[in-house]
Design a protein around this ligand. Structure first.
Ligand code: MN
Length: 132
């Protein structure tokens, strides 16, 4: 059986959530879901997470604050876990703010699936092709 790498997606838009879930599960990843920022921080602290996809516009705390809380949570793995920000307003400074808050890279909405796969696999390669 293939054991997927765990990716946490913090996103309040159900259409984006479903799109990303299908795309990543098709590549063997397991998607953990959080529909608001604080839930995302809680899941990151409780679960083994290999990568985080982070929407910036969330209903409670924004993605910048989520990134700061994840980076300073005290769980050592979260100091280094890759965080990909997904921004709707890359031209309005969201991207720079996301990087300053502790995100590693950013992607612009609408989500391009090929770009998503490439960025995720750059951080978390799938090794699901082994025969065992
Ligand atoms: Mn949103």
């Amino acid at each position: 059986m293939i054991v997927g790498k765990n990716i946490l997606y913090i996103e309040d838009n159900p259409d984006n959530m479903m799109l990303v879930q299908r795309a990543l599960e098709a590549r063997g990843y397991t998607l953990l879901q959080a529909a608001d920022g604080q839930t995302g921080v809680d899941v990151a602290q409780k679960e083994e997470v290999d990568l985080i996809l982070l929407d910036i516009n969330l209903p409670d705390i924004d993605g910048y604050e989520v990134a700061r809380r994840i980076r300073t949570s005290g769980k050592s793995a979260l100091t280094y876990v890759p965080i990909i920000a997904i921004t709707a307003n890359a031209l309005k400074g969201d991207a720079e703010k996301a990087l300053a808050a502790g995100c590693d890279v950013y992607m612009s909405k609408p989500i391009n699936i090929r770009e998503l796969w490439a960025r995720v696999e750059a951080f978390v390669p799938t090794d699901g092709h082994s025969a065992s």
